[in-house]
Design a protein around this ligand. Structure first.
Ligand code: ADP
Length: 165
């Protein structure tokens, strides 16, 4: 039987750190569903539809990957998709506390769904979407952290935001 996992996140914007986790997860699972979480309390820079489309473009050649948008609880989505596990990436110690709490809370809501943590590559340990957005907004180069299609979209988005101000 084919195994599948759900990799949920904000992906605002999608970085090489996210891509690295996806590549690792695909060594373990046959199929990976990337779930762009829609959070009504946090609008974000890119809309969820834009994020989904951009991730699809980055992963156009990966036939075992699918990108979806979801707005319910992650465990509910994982159960409805019948995945074997939820995948999360771990960077610094600061990720642990929050991630551990989330995993335990998710398990208390649905004990059949396991969360698997994959450690980040050393190259991307310090890479986060928010930091990359900030650097780009301040005019710094972000090409080492983002796939070209994402970098292009981020620059365009920031220029647009500036012209509206
Ligand atoms: P969320 O708001 O759900 O944390 P993110 O898009 O920030 O959404 O992150 C989604 C997942 O990817 C999280 O598990 C996060 O720890 C992981 N992640 C983010 N950046 C990196 C990175 N540079 N290396 C490895 N994992 C990462």
């Amino acid at each position: 039987m084919k195994t599948k996992a759900l990799y949920p996140g904000s992906f605002d914007c999608f970085t090489y750190g996210h891509l690295d986790i996806i590549k690792r997860a695909l060594k373990i699972f046959d199929h990976l569903i990337i779930g762009v979480a829609k959070n009504p309390q946090k609008e974000g820079l890119f809309t969820v539809d834009e994020r989904k489309e951009l991730i699809r473009q980055v992963l156009a050649e990966e036939t075992c990957v699918e990108v979806i948008i979801f707005s319910c609880l992650t465990v509910e989505k994982a159960a409805s998709l019948k995945v074997n596990a939820i995948i999360r990436g771990l960077r610094m110690i600061s990720d642990y506390e929050h991630e551990f709490q989330m995993a335990l809370m998710n398990r208390s809501m649905n004990s059949t769904i396991e969360t698997i943590y994959l450690p980040a590559d050393e190259k991307y340990l310090y890479v986060s979407s928010s930091l990359v957005r900030e650097i780009c907004e301040m005019g710094g180069s972000v090409s080492s952290y983002l796939p070209p299609v994402i970098e292009k979209a981020l620059l365009k988005k920031i220029q647009k935001k500036r012209s509206v101000k």
